[in-house]
Design a protein around this ligand. Structure first.
Ligand code: PGA
Length: 255
C-alpha cells in the first residue's frame, strides 16, 4: 500500500453553476462522514462564478473538502477579455486548479506549452495543478498512446522541479461516454506514467495519479482496487451528491 494521497475530485464542468444549485448540493455534503485520514482528499471544481461562495460555505461548515477551479489563464494580467488569472483564483480561497482537461485541449485548442505556462502561473500562488492527460481513441488504435503521454508530461512539466502536482489520466474516449478503460489498460498506463515521471527526474512513486473517464458507483470499487490508481476525477457521476459520496466511500474503504 502506498502512502500517496488518494483524491476524490468532482468536476462540475458547466453544470452545477448557480448559487441555488450549489447550496442544494453542498447541503447534502454536510451529512457526509468524512474521514480524518490525511491520505484521502475530496475536492470539488465548480465554475469560476461560484468559487468564492463554495469556499465560504465549506469553511462555514468546517467541511474537510477543498475547492478547485476548472481552468486558469496563462498570463498574469492584462487585456485578456473573459479570462481569469491565478491570482484571482487564489483570491477565491482555492487550492487546486484543473489544467489541460481534454475538453480544453480539444474545444479551445490548448497546447502542452500553454498548459506548462498555466502550471507555472499556479505555482506563484501555491495552487496545486491537477494535470489532465490522455489519448484519443484514434491515438490508442494507432499505438500512439505512449508518445502522446510522453509529450503531454514532458512538455507540460517543463522547468517544474518539485512534485507538488496531481496527474489525472483520462483517456479522451472514456470521458462522458459510459466507456471505461479496461483494468489492464489503466494499470499499464498508470505504470507508464510513473516511468515517464521517473525518466524526467521526478519520483513517480510519490505522485498521485488519478483515473478519470465514466467513473461511477458501479465501477469505482473495482477501479480503485487497481495498482497505481490513487483516486478519481469524476464528471457526470459527481453531479449527484449522493452518487459522488458512494464513490468517495469506495476510495476511503480501499486505503
Ligand atoms: P466523466 O468526466 O466522469 O463524465 O466521464 C470525467 C472528466 O471529464 O473529468
Amino acid at each position: 500500500m502506498s502512502n500517496r494521497v488518494n483524491y476524490c475530485i468532482a468536476n462540475f464542468k458547466m453544470n452545477i453553476g448557480t448559487q441555488s444549485m450549489l447550496s442544494e448540493y453542498f447541503n447534502e455534503l454536510t451529512f457526509w462522514k468524512i474521514s480524518d485520514n490525511k491520505n484521502i482528499k475530496i475536492v470539488v471544481a465548480p465554475p469560476f462564478t461560484i468559487l468564492r461562495s463554495a469556499s465560504k460555505i465549506l469553511s462555514n461548515h468546517q467541511l474537510k473538502i477543498e475547492i478547485a477551479s476548472q481552468n486558469v489563464n496563462d498570463n498574469n494580467s492584462g487585456a485578456f477579455t473573459g479570462e481569469v488569472s491565478a491570482e484571482m483564483i487564489k483570491d477565491c480561497m482555492v487550492n487546486y486548479t484543473i489544467v489541460g482537461h481534454s475538453e480544453r485541449r480539444t474545444l479551445y485548442k490548448e497546447t502542452n506549452n500553454q498548459i506548462n505556462s498555466k502550471i507555472l502561473k499556479l505555482r506563484n500562488y501555491d495552487i496545486i495543478p491537477i494535470i489532465c492527460i490522455g489519448e484519443t481513441l484514434e491515438e490508442r488504435s494507432s499505438n500512439k498512446t505512449d508518445q502522446i503521454l510522453i509529450n503531454q508530461i514532458t512538455e507540460g512539466l517543463k522547468t517544474i522541479n518539485d512534485s507538488n502536482f496531481v496527474i489525472a489520466y483520462e483517456p479522451v474516449w472514456a470521458i462522458g461516454t459510459g466507456k471505461t478503460a479496461t483494468s489492464d489498460m489503466i494499470t499499464d498506463t498508470h505504470m507508464l506514467i510513473r516511468n515517464i515521471l521517473n525518466d524526467i527526474g521526478f519520483d513517480g512513486q510519490k505522485i498521485s495519479i488519478l483515473y478519470g473517464g465514466s467513473v461511477n458507483r458501479n465501477n469505482a470499487k473495482q477501479l480503485i482496487s487497481l495498482n497505481d490508481v490513487d483516486g478519481f476525477l469524476i464528471g457526470g457521476a459527481s453531479l449527484d451528491a449522493n452518487h459522488f459520496y458512494d464513490i468517495y466511500k469506495f476510495i476511503e474503504e480501499s486505503i
